[in-house]
Design a protein around this ligand. Structure first.
Ligand code: MD3
Ligand code: FE
Length: 207
C-alpha cells in the first residue's frame, strides 16, 4: 500500500503519501478553511508569550491556547466565536487509511510556519483519548522534525519532513517529546508565499 519507515517504535513516516495534485487540492481546501477560520496566534499559559507558529483548526473541536485559559480544545474559534469548519474529506480518508480501527478524528490542527518559526520540544497530552494515534500531513517547505522519548532528556532523532509526507505517532510514541527545529525556506513551490503548513488530526474524547 504505502511505504512507511519506522523511525522509532510507534513513529511511522510515509514519505510522499500525497502526490503533487493531491497536495494542491489539499492546499486549496485548507485555504478555504482558513478563510472561514482565520489564523490566530496562540499564547503560552500564564506568561502569554506568543508562539511563532500561527494556528487554526477544522473539525468539531479545535486546539487553542492563551494566557488565561491555557491549552485546551473548544468547539469555537477564539476570536470569531464561529464553529470550526469541517475536516476535508481527503484528510478523513488519510486518517482511515493510516489509523484503521481508530475512532474518527475530532480535531485537525492547522499549523502555519513562516521561515523563522519553530516549535519547541513538547508532548501532546491535552487529549483524553491516548490510544488513538496522531496523524500528521505536511505541505510546503521542508522542516527538520525531532522526536525523542517519554522524558525531556531522552536522546532524540531528527529527520526532514517534506511536502506530501505523512506521519503517524501512536502506541509507545503517543506521548513522545517532539518539535520542529527549522524550516528550509524556499524548498517547495507549493505555497505562493512559501512557508509550511502542518495538519495534525487527533481524537480528543474517549472513543
Ligand atoms: C510525535 N506539530 O501540533 S507534527 C503539534 O510539524 C506538533 O507542526 C508538529 O507537534 C508540526 O503538536 C509536528 C507531528 C507530530 C504530531 C504529534 C506527535 C509528532 C508527534 C505526538 C507524539 C509524538
Ligand atoms: Fe505536538
Amino acid at each position: 500500500m504505502f511505504h512507511a519507515i519506522e523511525i522509532a517504535p510507534g513513529v511511522l513516516h510515509y514519505p510522499g503519501l500525497l502526490d503533487r495534485r493531491a497536495q494542491e487540492a489539499l492546499r486549496d481546501e485548507i485555504r478555504a478553511a482558513l478563510a472561514a477560520a482565520p489564523p490566530f496566534t496562540p499564547r503560552m499559559p500564564r506568561t502569554g508569550k506568543p508562539f511563532s507558529v500561527r494556528m487554526s483548526n477544522c473539525g468539531p473541536l479545535g486546539w487553542v491556547s492563551d494566557a488565561e485559559g491555557g491549552y485546551r480544545y473548544q468547539p469555537r474559534h477564539p476570536e470569531t466565536g464561529a464553529p470550526w469548519p469541517p475536516i476535508p474529506a481527503r484528510l478523513l480518508a488519510a486518517w482511515a487509511a493510516l489509523a484503521p480501527g481508530a475512532p474518527p478524528p475530532e480535531a485537525c490542527l492547522i499549523n502555519l510556519y513562516v521561515a523563522e518559526a519553530r516549535m519547541a520540544l513538547h508532548q501532546d497530552r491535552d487529549e483524553a483519548e491516548l490510544s488513538a494515534p496522531v496523524v500528521s500531513l505536511s505541505l510546503g517547505d521542508k522542516a527538520l522534525f525531532r522526536v525523542g522519548g517519554l522524558t525531556r532528556g531522552d536522546p532524540t532523532r531528527s529527520f526532514r519532513l517534506a511536502s506530501g509526507d505523512a506521519m503517524t505517532l501512536g502506541g509507545p510514541a503517543r506521548l513522545a517529546f517532539h518539535g520542529i527545529d527549522r524550516i528550509y525556506s524556499g524548498s517547495s513551490t507549493l505555497l505562493a508565499e512559501s512557508g509550511r503548513i502542518n495538519l495534525t488530526m487527533r481524537r480528543v474524547t474517549k472513543g
